[in-house]
Design a protein around this ligand. Structure first.
Ligand code: SF4
Length: 424
């Protein structure tokens, strides 16, 4: 098996790992970020979009598996080689295509081989950065060391200064964790589940506290003590919907990680059963649930919401029928309608249709300009149709363009006692 064939297998194995969300900016001095929903050329690029790779094959092969083209802020795309050092794994995570008992093609790429191939791809402008993870073998540190060796070759033999995201294996030694952090722009361990009880339903080998969380704490200590390291931060990922966890469980854990170990970002991956795994019969989690979790996560990080403020249903899930901010607003008619000219900035942020940037613009604009109509708000970036039912402009309810009947019915069905119309 040649290196390209290996990368095709090992790239598929890393395809489910998330990077940064679309629309986020690239950290200063770094080349690459990728997004949930990033895609492999082999799956999604059309024939016309596929490029030949002269540096690797010289024979007109398409891009090898593992290269992901991701959208970032400003409509820019970046190319990231996302790959496993090996997909040989002795663990048995119940959701995973690479679990030990599954019969899949297995392979391994040496640090030397991977670093050399990455640089060939980089010089051919086919990749800008690397995401590197691995399956876990008996000696966890051996695999962590291979990851470190690959990064060391890139940094010190090939002088690669671009973006490198390295996985830390559960159970790695303190020395291996520290060396990984020293070489990476970003590091991650996947917590997978919000509590030890839930993780036990996903894996008999992964240990929530000793195996994973402890290492996340170490990473935070290292980066706090040496601020120049891993400047793109530490991230983690959860499998959503396979362990019976609630959205409240997921968001409470996420919120603690943001506060207590300065986690840069949590990712939520809707569970999808893989044939031949113990969770094969478990239904897939709705993508809308994943989407609502991202929206709620956004409220925690940028809108000043706490988990306890969010609207959950009886099962402690976020309602699917409305986004979490609208759900909160509908549940709190006592705050609305807000007078646009006097509302404090933190309350403007609570209005559906007003985000951090548009709230800031409204506050600046109203110092010098009388805001009297919705069209002015639209020019400031407010989604006026969403915001209008929650605002007073000059003491009067703004004229609202009627929403389609099905949207009104959906809201009424969701929180019948607290629709905006009733709250005025
Ligand atoms: S540790 Fe678990 S999730 Fe990771 S490759 Fe092995 S079986 Fe899959």
């Amino acid at each position: 098996m040649d290196t390209i064939q290996k990368l095709a297998i090992l790239g598929e194995g890393a395809a489910q790992e998330h990077e940064l969300a679309a629309g986020q900016s690239v950290p200063a001095g770094q080349a690459v970020q990728a997004a949930p929903g990033c895609f492999t050329p082999s799956r999604l690029l059309t024939q016309g979009e596929r490029h030949r790779n002269p540096s690797v094959s010289g024979k007109g092969r398409f891009l090898p598996g593992g290269i992901h083209i991701s959208r970032v802020g400003g409509g820019r795309t970046v190319k990231l080689l996302k790959v496993l050092q090996t997909n040989v794994c002795e663990f048995d995570c119940f959701y995973c295509e690479h679990r030990a008992s599954r019969d899949v093609p297995r392979t391994y790429v040496s640090p030397d081989e991977l670093a050399k191939t990455f640089m060939q791809l980089h010089r051919a402008r086919l990749v800008e950065g690397l995401f590197l993870s691995s399956g876990i073998t008996k000696k966890v540190d051996t695999m962590q060391e291979r990851i470190v060796q690959t990064a060391e070759l890139l940094r010190h033999r090939y002088y690669f200064k671009g973006y490198i995201h390295l996985k830390v294996m559960p159970g790695s030694s303190p020395a291996a964790v520290e060396r990984t952090v020293q070489l990476a722009d970003r590091v991650s361990l996947n917590l997978e589940a919000p509590t030890p009880r839930h993780l036990a339903r996903l894996s008999s080998r992964k240990e929530f506290l000793d195996g994973i969380l402890t290492r996340m704490v170490w990473i935070n200590r290292i980066t706090q003590a040496q601020p120049g390291l891993a400047r793109a931060g530490q991230i983690t990922q959860f499998v959503v919907g396979a362990a019976g966890e609630s959205d409240r469980d997921l968001l409470q854990t996420t919120d603690r990680l943001y506060r207590e170990i300065k986690l840069r970002r949590a990712y939520f991956s809707a569970f999808s059963p893989i044939p031949g795994t113990p969770l094969d019969g478990v239904p897939p989690a709705p993508l809308l649930r994943q989407h609502r979790l991202y929206q709620a996560d956004w409220l925690l990080r940028f809108y000043g919401f706490s988990v306890d403020e969010l609207a959950f249903d009886e099962q402690s899930h976020l309602p699917l029928a409305a986004d979490p901010k609208l759900a909160w607003a509908l549940r709190h008619p006592e705050f609305f309608p807000l007078e646009l000219s006097t509302a404090p900035p933190e309350m403007l942020l609570r209005v559906p249709g007003i985000g951090p940037l548009s709230a800031k613009r409204v506050v600046e604009a109203r110092r010098t300009t009388a805001l009297t109509e919705l069209a002015q708000l639209t020019r400031l970036g407010v989604v006026a149709k969403r915001a209008a039912p929650f605002l007073l402009i000059g003491g009067r309810a703004p004229a609202v363009v009627a929403r389609p009947a099905h949207r009104r019915i959906a809201q009424l069905a969701f929180w019948p006692a607290t629709t905006p119309g009733e709250s005025r």
